[in-house]
Design a protein around this ligand. Structure first.
Ligand code: C2O
Ligand code: CU
Length: 462
């Protein structure tokens, strides 16, 4: 062993003294990693094995990413899945290059590779993140998480703030994720509907709460295709935001429908008695199921609190004149029992059988694959109207990237800001938004088998 000479000793003492006196923030500031990889989760009851899943950081749901409005979100996405992937930040009015659409805003991130996501958070509210490459398979395997943006001011005072991600899974008898992601029956009907419902990856999610506690519940439908019909028992309150965006006034909570990708922020008070349970109930064909339970223990106060104020609005520009707005029609066709004979694909007309052989069973304006032509080219800042007609036998949840829109009623009045809207069969819906975010943006059905099967178009804002 060599001994330090006097000069080396002096230097090493100085070096370690300098290191010790430095606050150690250098390492902590390294970009946090969001790692997509295989994992396992206890989705099913204890007598079943754990389910092998794909998850962010190996978890389903992935970690809750949380920041304050006006801050940036920065994550190094590392893909350790056996498939290429991306991350899409659903509902964030994001810069186009960070939107995570494989083949459009970025190349898919190959297994073993990474991609830096770094973007501003203009709006407070409940958002989420999921892949945008083979989404119908990757999300069915568990790849998704919540992105929560806290208000700068005016956050409602609550005793509990809970994020509840609602999902359904198609599981085998061994509680493993069933194959068959490309099943054309699913694709041409209602999508891949599961046989097992979870809240936050748990088939029996439960949390003890005191009576008269006030909770903010952030519900997120992360299912591939299931429309949740919800009700509460023993919880009374208001809807305060939809798809992240605050309502102008809190709306008394009644039945609540959540299409795939939609969110609702509720403020509810626990009104069930001590020793009872309050529930979030999902209505299925054969009746209501409690999908989340709130056993009541103790009391938070003696009586219910007064009604909450509205959440502070997000800085979304007001719609311009609808008369002179740029306009497009979007006719949705195809699927089972839809009567569509064929559509354009790869620049030529194909009949349904040839289309199905290539995995396409739906069409927008007679086109079954997203062509090179956009639905609309809008000038930056222009108000855009789209009249969408559901000429199919199925409901669809239409999602616009990069913007929030309002539904325009026939009397010209406008609904709340949303990023995803449920359209029933035969329905015509008109939406309008200010095209204030430059780039190429998708407009697609968020029933993931439907978008993969042809229900996808795009618009350009420049
Ligand atoms: Cu939530 Cu195009 O996606
Ligand atoms: Cu659809």
């Amino acid at each position: 062993m060599t001994r330090l000479n006097r000069r080396q000793f002096h230097q090493s003492v100085l070096a370690s003294a300098a290191a010790a006196s430095l606050p150690s923030f250098a390492r902590a500031e390294a970009t946090p990693i969001l790692n997509a990889r295989e994992g396992s989760a206890r989705l099913a009851p204890a007598e079943y094995p754990e389910t092998r899943i794909w998850g962010y950081d190996g978890l389903t749901p992935g970690p809750i990413l949380r920041a304050r409005q006006g801050e940036r979100m920065t994550r190094m996405f590392r893909n350790d899945l056996p498939q290429a992937s991306t991350v899409h930040w659903h509902g964030i009015r994001i810069e186009n290059a960070m939107d995570g659409v494989a083949g459009m805003t970025q190349p898919a991130v190959e297994p073993g590779a990474d991609f830096l996501y770094d973007f501003a958070l203009p709006d407070a509210g409940t958002y989420w993140y999921h892949p945008h490459n083979r989404t119908y398979e990757q999300m069915a395997r568990g790849l998704y998480g919540a992105l929560i943006v806290d208000e700068q001011t005016g956050t409602p005072e609550v005793d509990l703030d809970e994020v509840l991600l609602l999902d359904d899974w198609r599981l085998t008898d061994e509680a493993q994720i069933a194959d068959g992601f490309g099943n054309m029956h699913d694709w041409s009907h209602g999508g891949r509907i599961g046989n097992w419902i979870t809240v936050n990856g748990d088939g029996a999610w439960s949390r003890e709460v005191p009576r008269y506690a006030r909770m903010r519940l952030r519900l997120i439908n992360t299912a591939n295709a299931r429309i949740f019909s919800l009700e509460t028992k023993g919880l009374e309150g208001w809807v305060v935001a939809l798809d992240g965006m605050p309502l102008e006034a809190p709306q008394p909570l009644g039945d609540l429908t959540l299409a795939p990708a939609q969110r609702a922020d509720l403020i509810v008070d626990v009104v069930a008695d001590e020793g009872e349970e309050a529930f979030l109930v999902s209505f299925e064909r054969d009746g209501g199921y409690a999908i989340a339970a709130f056993p009541v223990g103790g009391a938070a106060r003696q009586t219910r609190r007064a009604a909450p104020d509205a959440l502070p609005p997000n800085p979304v520009p007001a719609l311009g004149d609808l008369e002179t707005a740029r306009h497009a029609d979007l006719r949705m066709e195809g699927g089972a029992m839809g009567g569509m004979r064929g559509a354009m694909m790869g620049g030529r007309m194909m009949d349904m059988r040839d289309m199905a052989a290539q995995g396409k069973v739906w069409a927008f304006n007679g086109m079954a694959d997203m062509g090179d032509t956009s639905l609309i080219d809008a000038d930056l800042g222009e108000t855009v109207r789209i009249t969408m007609t559901n000429d199919t036998a199925w409901p669809h949840g239409m999602h616009l990237h990069g913007h929030h829109f309002r539904q325009i009623a026939s009397d010209g009045s406008s609904g709340p800001l949303r990023d995803t809207i449920l359209m029933n069969r035969g329905e015509t819906v008109e939406i309008a938004f200010v095209a204030d975010n430059p780039g190429d943006w998708l407009l697609h059905c968020h029933m993931l088998e439907h978008s993969a099967g042809g229900m996808m178009t795009w618009l350009r804002v420049s």
